[in-house]
Design a protein. Structure first.
Length: 563
């Protein structure tokens, strides 16, 4: 029996070595990921990838691998039987915010005013079933001061602001000095056995179909160290294709006070104790054999501070735990479940695309808290929820490789009206990505999923002309900032208005042989910035006015191509 098992394992190793590659496309890779997604809508992708689990392996994505624009940016400079080696593209991403932080989905970059630069590069290699990707990151941020939350509000309003700051980790400014940080970045070390990878990685994870945001994991925060067991391509079964990933990881807090006002921090900030958070998460997606281009997904995450974690199987892998709090109670009524400090998020998602119509639609619906029992779930399905929905459509122009691309996405984190029934005082409670004991679903002070801000809603629409990797277009965006704080602090006073950002962006991507350039210039007009109103002036309503700001970003991507 043991000999047959070893023989089977050796066959798997050599099969993996000869039928796969080491290159992977990082989550949120500028230009290339968007192009790859368009290629699938146009029928130029060789694999039924859901786009629910990123990064993904490049091999097999395209039907015509020799002519693929994407694979030409990840060339194998050496390829022999059993091993290969290649150089990863060098990336420089520079951004500038004129007056206040804006923008998200920038990996190791931080909310920053002034100039900020990101550098990344490295190599990939494969030796039989061992895959290595070494791609460290370096970030420099000028981290200039800016006008943040005012210290002139009343104590009631300020306490409402600190309620979300103390149940999360989202500082306005990351210290008082310029920031320089070197990190392992998008690096990974993996063992590959056929369609499965077992890896140790610090690379960003993206779960879900979103193009601009994700309810669970995105490229908004710096990647965190984690072990992962995942599919490197869809598993084909008689009922359809399956993709999955299970991770355990370590999350860190920023250890930074949230306000730029030292007096407010001294009075109200609940300081961190230095502990790290243990993370366990699972994603599963299914593509039915009878619905070729339809995908459904399920994600579940648990986090808690390490000091609260035990050593049983359920402590290490709470993702396999039951969903109802009632079933965890001793004698039906007395376990202190929340005192364990566990924070759970569950997300259901779907995506459908059509090659004939060159379009896709998708959505995610998440719930942050366990239901007590089935009655609680049925009566209050909107409790502690967030949702996301989006689309993309390509319109063919006269030339066969030119299209008008229209894509949009709506992300809603604000608490539902259920808060008026569930909580006393009409002020609501926790919001998406926050928790009383586990604090924020964050790494180093940035949300792991939605980067638009705690309790914020955002709507994005892009209209562009595209040809291969080239693009020119416009972006319209509306951001409702920290809506849960607004209703907690001001919601019962009809004279106070929310802080809304309206922005117009200009987009330009272009490829010159080995070089990719992606540029964005975004002009933002803030109405009632930091909840200050021009027409009102009192203790809670200090005088202010709409503010204009600019956000610019430039990606330079250079690849060493094989002759």
């Amino acid at each position: 029996m043991e000999k047959r098992f070893l023989f089977f394992l050796v066959l798997m190793v050599f099969w993996a070595a000869n039928n796969s590659s080491a290159q992977s496309l990082n989550a949120g890779f500028p230009v290339v990921e968007e192009y790859t997604r368009r290629a699938q809508l146009l029928g130029n992708s060789g694999q039924q990838s859901s786009f629910f689990i990123r990064p993904f392996d490049l091999k097999g994505i395209y039907k015509d691998q020799e002519d693929s624009l994407v694979l030409s940016f990840f060339p194998e400079l050496i390829r022999k039987k059993g091993y290969s080696f290649g150089i990863l593209p060098a990336i420089n991403s520079t951004s500038f915010n004129s007056k206040r932080p804006y923008g998200w989905g920038n990996k190791g970059k931080l909310p920053n005013v002034g100039l900020q630069s990101y550098f990344s590069g490295g190599f990939f290699a494969k030796l039989f079933f061992l895959k290595i990707q070494f791609q460290p990151e370096f970030v420099f941020a000028s981290n200039n001061p800016f006008e943040g939350f005012s210290d002139n509000f009343s104590n009631r309003v300020t306490r409402a602001r600190f309620f979300y700051w103390n149940n999360g980790d989202n500082p306005e400014r990351f210290g008082n000095e310029p920031i320089s940080r070197f990190w392992w970045g998008q690096s990974s070390l993996a063992l590959e056995f056929g369609p499965m990878d077992l890896s140790l990685s610090t690379a960003n994870i993206w779960w879900g179909p979103g193009q601009f945001n994700s309810l669970t994991f995105s490229d908004n925060a710096e990647g965190f160290p984690h072990f992962s067991l995942k599919t490197n391509r869809p598993l084909k079964t008689f009922i359809g294709n399956v993709e999955t990933e299970i991770i355990v990881g370590r999350l860190e807090n920023s250890q930074i006070a949230p306000s730029q006002s030292d007096s407010l921090n001294r009075a109200l900030f609940r300081r961190f104790d230095g502990d790290w958070r243990y993370l366990n998460a699972i994603h599963l997606s299914y593509n039915p054999s009878f619905l070729k281009n339809f995908f459904v997904g399920f994600s579940r995450t648990f986090q808690q501070y390490n000091q609260f974690r035990g050593n049983t199987f359920n402590d290490w892998f709470p993702i396999f735990e039951v969903f109802q709090k009632k079933t965890l109670f001793t004698n039906g009524n007395s376990v202190e479940y929340d005192s364990r400090g566990q924070d759970q998020q569950v997300v259901l998602s779907f995506r459908y695309f059509s090659n004939k119509g060159n379009f896709e639609v998708y959505s995610e619906y998440g719930r942050r808290d366990h239901a007590f029992d089935w009655r609680d779930f049925i009566m209050n399905p909107e409790h502690a929820r967030a949702y996301l929905m989006g689309f993309q459509k390509l319109f063919q122009l006269e030339k066969p490789d030119q299209f008008i691309q229209v894509r949009g996405e709506l992300t809603h984190q604000q608490e539902s009206v259920n808060r008026y029934i569930r909580y006393s005082g009409l002020i609501g409670n926790q919001t998406w990505h926050t928790h009383g004991l586990a604090r924020g679903f964050v790494n180093r002070g940035e949300a792991l999923g939605v980067g638009a801000g705690v309790g914020s809603n955002v709507q994005t629409l892009e209209i562009s002309k595209v040809r291969k990797m080239n693009k020119i277009g416009v972006l319209f965006e509306r951001l409702e900032n920290h809506q849960d704080f607004y209703y907690r602090a001001f919601g019962q006073n009809s004279e106070k208005k929310p802080w809304i950002d309206f922005s117009l962006g200009l987009l330009w991507d272009h490829q010159w042989q080995n070089l990719l350039i992606s540029a964005k210039g975004q002009f933002i007009r803030s109405s009632n910035y930091q909840w200050e109103s021009a027409s009102l002036s009192s203790q809670d309503f200090s005088a202010g006015e709409g503010k204009i700001a600019f956000f610019g970003q430039l990606h330079l991507i250079y690849a060493i191509k094989k002759n």
